[in-house]
Ligand binder design. Structure first.
Ligand code: AMP
Length: 466
């Protein structure tokens, strides 16, 4: 049997100075993308890696390219192309940290949209590494201020976000100036046809590495809307009415907001529940059950209350307000589009939240375009009703009740069809059953009249009065 790749950095033929840097950064083990891509990269193969932000991909190719740099040779030996200025800054920071134990490695950032003069000055000092955006790199090549005739490694990071026509053209010209013997590395969260086509043109028999595609690259559509703070709720109702997500988690900043939003959405006819710090465990269980089994469509929560919520198929997450911490934003978005299913992340942002927006842009390395909502022509409320209701049986594991027993009681002789019955979840003293709304009355009657496992249990509908 073949051994799985080791996750120890020390198992790699890395320069001691790089191992030392990795240790000083407290990177104890390689991340999956590092364990898979570093061995072929260090063997100087071309690699195309599917990885997104947070996977450790920057350190993967950073170590790969630093391994190829000859500090004595004052020429550009590695070039990293990426789509945004923020990302260029982040990449440069990570590479500099990894190079901290190597002597005199010089790195220059060539981002677009900023003054060229400092860039010209820094290029005069012959950097070993350049991190930049394709357009600006191309400009410097045209000016003759940048030369790539000693380039050993070319990296395209977040290739899928760079592929507009200008970029393709710029990349092609850049590549023409680089030696054919170079190593070319591609990293991208997704591999659309355009990325594959470019890889085909620029790479030599690339080794493809993917880390759990489904989990690593969920398709999440993210939209940010500018909103007048007074009209936040109307905007939220509009988004819910237009998108009509099967399940939506609405994040509020404070407990009070969460309560207000829940109450107002309920008044407007939405199938909604709230989750905030104040409710008791039992009520919390009920709320979560109802949301998870689809008998409630919208859950309004604070970030703290939503912690640990493990619902796998959230159709949408909505920020009623942007969080002050960009990491919280990433967590919110990470709750939709899980396990390969596509997701929707919608965010309301008032003019006062500019700083929060900037922090998110910085964190994601993207420029966010705020969209406007047609506030004068908002769609009328069109709540998506739940088609399922939840019944609660006052008996659970302690009564040796298992989901199969409840299913049996409902479907037995002339009972309900299996398709009408959704999730059945048992707790110590209670069991929750999701039932098709149209058949809920019959189910309730059946459970009340009949016995489950030879015993009578109290059964009540939750949040539904028949
Ligand atoms: P990236 O996917 O490149 O944006 O990296 C995500 C974060 O993980 C960065 O803050 C890195 O510094 C960090 N990181 C990269 N490799 C490792 C590792 N092997 N162990 C712990 N953290 C790491």
């Amino acid at each position: 049997m073949e051994d799985s790749p080791s996750s120890e950095f020390s198992s790699l033929p890395l320069h001691p100075a790089l191992l030392q840097a990795v240790a000083s950064l407290n990177y104890e083990r390689m991340t999956p993308i590092q364990a898979l891509s570093l061995p072929p990269m260090l063997a100087q193969r071309d690699v195309i890696g599917q990885a997104r932000t947070g996977s450790g991909k920057t350190a993967a190719y950073g170590l790969g390219l630093l391994s190829r740099i000859d500090p004595e040779l004052n020429k550009v030996q590695a070039l990293v192309l990426c789509p945004t200025r923020e990302l260029a800054d982040q990449i440069a920071k990570e590479i500099r940290r990894l190079a901290r134990c190597l002597p005199n490695i010089k790195l220059t950032i060539l981002s677009g949209g900023i003054d060229k003069r400092p860039q010209l000055a820094s290029l005069e000092h012959d950097p070993h590494i350049v991190v930049g955006m394709a357009g600006r790199v191309q400009e410097h090549l045209a000016l003759g201020t940048l030369k790539l005739d000693h380039l050993k490694v070319l990296v395209l990071d977040e290739a899928d976000r760079m592929l507009d026509s200008d970029f393709e053209e710029a990349t092609r010209e850049i590549v023409l100036q680089a030696p054919k013997t170079r190593q070319t590395l591609f990293f991208s969260a997704t591999f659309p046809e355009s990325v594959r086509a470019l890889s085909h043109k620029l790479q030599k028999q690339p080794l493809e590495v993917t880390v759990d595609t489904a989990a690593a690259a969920p398709e999440v559509q993210q939209h940010f809307y500018s909103v007048d703070p007074e009209r936040r709720l109307t905007a939220l109702a509009h988004l819910l009415s237009v998108h009509r997500p099967e399940s939506a988690l609405v994040f509020c900043h404070t407990k009070r907001d969460a309560q207000d939003v829940e109450r107002q959405l309920a008044q407007r006819g939405f199938s909604v529940l709230g989750l905030h710090g104040d409710i008791e465990q039992r009520e919390r269980d009920e709320v979560l059950e109802r949301f998870a089994n689809g008998s409630c469509r919208v859950l309004v929560a604070t970030d703290v209350a939503a912690r640990g919520l493990d619902i796998k198929t959230l159709a949408a997450v909505i920020s009623y307000e942007l969080p002050s911490d960009a990491d919280v934003h990433v967590h919110r978005v990470g709750r939709t589009g899980r396990a390969g299913s596509s997701g929707l992340a919608l965010h309301l942002c008032s003019p006062r939240e500019g700083e929060r927006l900037a922090a998110i842009e910085q964190r994601l390395g993207i420029q966010i375009k705020l969209q406007k909502l047609p506030m004068t022509a908002l769609s009328p409320d069109r709540p998506l009703p739940a088609t399922v209701v939840t019944l609660c049986i006052d008996g659970g594991r302690r009564d040796k009740l298992r989901p199969g027993d409840v299913l049996g009681a409902l479907t037995g002789e002339a009972g309900l069809v299996k398709e009408a019955i959704g999730k059945i979840n048992t707790y110590d003293t209670r069991t929750y059953v999701a039932i098709d709304k149209k058949l809920a009355k019959r189910a309730l009657q059946r459970l009340r009249e009949g016995k489950i496992k030879g015993k009578n249990f109290r059964v009540r509908p939750i949040g539904w009065d028949g």
